[in-house]
Design a protein around this ligand. Structure first.
Ligand code: SAH
Length: 289
């Protein structure tokens, strides 16, 4: 199917597309088709080379990636770029890791496009929580262990973690924390102040949805102490809840006192300055933002 880049109203269209967690075959068919028809692909840091290679060979690729404080382009500049490209009649794919509307500022871009009269079509992608849970064999919900899943961010701008801890600390639910590995101890601190059981099973899943996926399971206090040495700097999701001890690979979890258990896929190296590298408890949190 050919996409009319001017859109139904002749005003230009940007396709806000989820690239999934990394593996090309975890892309939706719609995303794959749009990539094959694009004139321009505007992409982020988390989009894998494998997915990017699925774009039309002649398509221009523009990297606007962000690594926490290291923004290669401001959000305003990205919005302006998308608007300009759409108005010039190009078939624009704005490609974002995972799902574009989950902690990816996709909502802000959609608003900016709408405000400029540019049509925006959103194509969902497999978000990190789903990919990581599948790789680690952790059921996000389980009739006997969890009846809800909360997606939250561990990102902090000012050194404090502004989360609804009384709600998050309740038992019988699953937490999936994005951008949380560097602020893991703040999470533990906030949760335990509100009645969280520190023996609750937890997992770190690095590079879920890729062949390089690695998992570390244990209690949250164990993960806090082991994360700095374990992390290889790739994007990492924190999963917390009784469900971590359930499911197909639940036997990996050894529980409180048993120490954390690591499982690993293929080896790869990462620089110690990588944005996902956890900071030790003694480090200054304000240095994160
Ligand atoms: N829109 C993305 C999330 C962007 S926020 C999505 O839907 O997945 C970036 C954070 O997502 C990372 O810091 C990490 O916590 C998580 N993340 C993204 N890709 C991941 C992956 N392949 N494995 C583990 N965590 C991932």
């Amino acid at each position: 199917m050919y996409i009319d880049p001017k859109g139904a109203a002749g005003r230009g269209t940007v396709f806000l597309v989820g690239a999934g967690p990394g593996a090309a075959d975890l892309l939706t068919l719609r995303a794959s088709r749009l990539l094959g028809e694009a004139d321009v692909i505007v992409h982020d840091r988390l989009v894998s080379a494998e997915v990017l290679a699925m774009g039309r060979p002649q398509a221009e690729r523009i990297y606007v990636g962000k690594a926490r404080s290291n923004h290669c382009m401001s959000q305003e500049a990205i919005n302006a770029l998308l608007i300009r490209l759409a108005r010039s009649g190009k078939r624009v794919v704005r490609l974002k890791g995972g799902d574009p509307l989950i902690f990816g500022r996709g909502g802000e871009e959609a608003e900016a496009l709408q405000g400029a009269g540019v049509d925006c079509e959103i194509v969902p992608g497999i978000t990190a929580a789903l990919a990581c849970a599948a790789n680690a064999g952790i059921p996000l919900t389980h009739r006997d262990a969890s009846r809800s899943v909360t997606l939250a961010t561990g990102h902090t701008k000012d050194g404090t973690l502004d989360l609804d801890f009384p709600v998050l600390a309740r038992p019988g639910a699953t937490l999936a924390i994005y951008m949380g590995i560097r602020t893991l101890w703040l999470l533990l601190d906030g949760l335990t102040r509100h009645g969280f059981d520190p023996a609750t099973p937890a997992a770190l899943v690095e590079r879920g949805g890729t062949p390089h996926c690695r998992t570390l399971t244990g209690t949250l206090p164990e993960l806090v102490s082991q994360a700095p040495a374990w992390s290889m700097g790739g994007p990492t999701l924190v999963l917390i809840g009784e469900v971590v001890a359930r499911g197909a690979k639940g036997a990996r979890y050894r529980g409180a006192g048993g120490g954390a258990t690591a499982t690993s896929g293929a080896f790869y190296s990462a620089s110690s300055t990588s944005p996902e590298m956890p900071l030790r408890r003694t480090a200054s949190v304000t240095a994160l933002s």
